[in-house]
Design a protein. Structure first.
Length: 219
C-alpha cells in the first residue's frame, strides 16, 4: 500500500469523530483527503473553521461553509495532520507553513484528532526540521537564538505565511523535552509560534498502516 493510500485510510477513519456542530479543519495532504471524505457527510456539520487559505478553498469547493473562529467560539473537534508524532502525542507540525493558525484552532478545540501515515510516528521528535514562524524583522535575531538552543535554522526562502511572516526550519534537533522547548522558542522576541504541539498535543492519533488504521490516545 503506498503512502497516499495510508493517508486516505487515516483520513477516512477520522470521520467517526465527526458528530455535528462546527469542526476545525487543518492543512496538508492527509487533511485534503479528510476534507474530501467530510464532503460525503457534510449534512452532519454546521460548517468548518479552517487553518489555511488552501483548506478554505477546498472546503468551499465541496460546499462546506467556512466560518470565522471569532464568531463560533470553542469547537468540539479539530482534525489535522502532523509531520512527526511521538508516542506521547506531542507533534511537529508546520511543514506546510500553517502552524500558527493550526495552533490557534487546536487550542480552541475540545478534542484534537491527528491523522497520518505510520511513518510519522517516531521515538524522538526532531528528524523533521522544526518550523518556527517569525516576524520578518526578527529573522536573523531569532536564528541566532535558535543556534544557541542547538539547532541549525534554515530560512524557507520564497515562502510567506498566510499571516505575512517568514519560516525558519530548524534542523538537527533531538527533542527530548518537547513542552520545555516549545515554551523556550515561543518566548523568543519576534517568534509568532513554533511547530511543536506539546502543550496542546493531539488527544487521538490515527495512523494508516498496512494492517489497517490504528489509533493511539494520549495518556
Amino acid at each position: 500500500m503506498d503512502q497516499d493510500a495510508l493517508k486516505k485510510q487515516a483520513a477516512e477513519a477520522a470521520l467517526q469523530y465527526v458528530e455535528g456542530g462546527v469542526i476545525g479543519v487543518g492543512t496538508g495532504s492527509t487533511v485534503n483527503h479528510f476534507i474530501d471524505f467530510l464532503a460525503t457527510v457534510k449534512g452532519r456539520i454546521d460548517g468548518a473553521v479552517s487553518s489555511s487559505e488552501a483548506s478554505t478553498a477546498r472546503l468551499k469547493q465541496h460546499g462546506i461553509a467556512v466560518l470565522d473562529l471569532n464568531a463560533v467560539g470553542d469547537l468540539a473537534l479539530y482534525v489535522d495532520g502532523a509531520d512527526e508524532s511521538n508516542r506521547d502525542l506531542s507533534l511537529i507540525k508546520g511543514g506546510g507553513g500553517a502552524l500558527t493558525r493550526e495552533k490557534i484552532v487546536a487550542a480552541a478545540s475540545e478534542r484534537f484528532v491527528c491523522i497520518a501515515d505510520e511513518s510519522k510516528l517516531v521515538d524522538v521528535l526532531g528528524a523533521f526540521p522544526l518550523p518556527v514562524e517569525v516576524i520578518p524583522m526578527a529573522r536573523s535575531l531569532v536564528a541566532r537564538r535558535l543556534v544557541r538552543l542547538g539547532g541549525t535554522p534554515v530560512w524557507r526562502e520564497g515562502f510567506v505565511t498566510d499571516n505575512g511572516n517568514l519560516i525558519l526550519d530548524v534542523q538537527g534537533l533531538k527533542i527530548m523535552e518537547p513542552m520545555a522547548l516549545e515554551q523556550q522558542i515561543n518566548n523568543l522576541p519576534g517568534v509568532v509560534t513554533c511547530g511543536l504541539f506539546a502543550m496542546r498535543g493531539a488527544d487521538v492519533l490515527i495512523l494508516g498502516s498496512e494492517a489497517g488504521a490504528r489509533t493511539l490516545t494520549r495518556g
